[in-house]
Design a protein around this ligand. Structure first.
Ligand SMILES: [Zn+2]
Length: 302
């Protein structure tokens, strides 16, 4: 199924990264501006992060895991106590924009400005530049890869073009892509919010886990990479977090699953490239710098 499985450390069958994006209320300010002070219930839901992040950190301590958290830098400045807790436990913090901005709706200059702004904040609050990036809501524009290469990012984890890590080549340099997929995002299974006009039936933790574990079993069988993209205010609720703990126990009971931060996974791939044991597929970005010719596009009646 997977033609170029990765030689994972110590003969592990697959690599697992349980990443959390700590967006808290950033996306609300981005989309709703002046209305936010009156969106108290939705705000209260997003601030469940204050309960969920300590819970998740305790779970990671209980199972001996170090993982990666992606942060809009505005959230780091607004809720510094959560950042301190994460750093104290030795986890990685990655770049997730400043206010969860949509990179596909920013000019290249603005993308660069906000990317650098967030890097500065992360550097100041964590003591080092971020190594990894994830575009908010996977909104990755034709300019984003070039900016990430210019800024020296080691890896990105926003795209979906493979089951294993691959190299993204741009005119400004290259970096590693650690891909995931919506199947490993908790939003489709769990999020329902009328105020945000997002109304989907909420799945039970077992139903959601069936989807996540189907992806895991395939990665385990064929040497893939499994990157969960979860959110504390979504997956950190008690019932869902209980199910995640059972999932970790199941994965750990196999004895040959490598749990790692995305930074560690990227470093492992770089090591394999150096010793010649693995050659990641290369993908040139952007896919398109402009729309295809109008002559190739049948005009559709709306
Ligand atoms: Zn996000």
């Amino acid at each position: 199924m997977i033609e170029n499985p990765v030689p994972w450390p110590n003969g592990a069958k697959c690599a697992v990264a349980i990443t959390f994006d700590i967006d808290t209320d950033s996306l609300l300010h981005l989309e709703y501006g002046d209305r936010v002070p009156d969106m108290v219930c939705t705000n209260s839901w997003l601030r469940y992060d204050e309960i969920a992040v300590p819970r998740i950190l305790k779970m990671f301590r209980d199972y001996g895991l170090k993982q990666t958290f992606f942060y809009p830098s505005w959230c780091m400045e607004t809720y510094p106590e959560l950042v301190e807790m994460i750093l104290k436990d030795g986890h990685e913090i990655g770049h997730h924009g400043h206010l969860h901005e949509n990179y596909t709706q920013l000019t290249k200059e603005d993308q660069l400005y906000w990317t650098e702004h967030a890097i500065d904040i992360i550097q100041r609050m964590t003591g080092q530049r971020p190594r990894g990036f994830r575009a908010p809501v996977y909104n990755f524009s034709r300019h984003t890869a070039d900016i990430l290469a210019q800024q020296g990012f080691v890896y990105d984890s926003s795209l979906m073009a493979d089951d294993v890590p691959y190299t993204i080549q741009t005119d400004s340099g290259s970096f590693l892509e650690l891909p995931s997929h919506w199947a490993l995002d908790d939003w489709p299974a769990y999020v329902h919010n009328i105020e945000l006009e997002y109304t989907m039936p909420i799945r039970s933790p077992d139903e959601a886990m069936n989807v996540y574990l189907a992806e895991f079993e395939a990665a385990y069988q064929y040497g893939g990479l499994w990157v969960a993209i979860w959110h504390p205010w979504v997956s950190g609720r008690t019932a869902r977090c209980m199910r995640i703990a059972q999932m970790i126990e199941y994965m750990q009971s196999k004895g040959d699953v490598w749990f790692a931060t995305l930074e560690e996974i990227a470093a492992h791939i770089a090591k394999c490239q150096n010793d010649g044991s693995y050659v990641p597929r290369r993908v040139k970005l952007p896919y398109y710098t402009s729309a295809i010719s109008k002559r190739e596009r049948p005009r559709q009646i709306r």
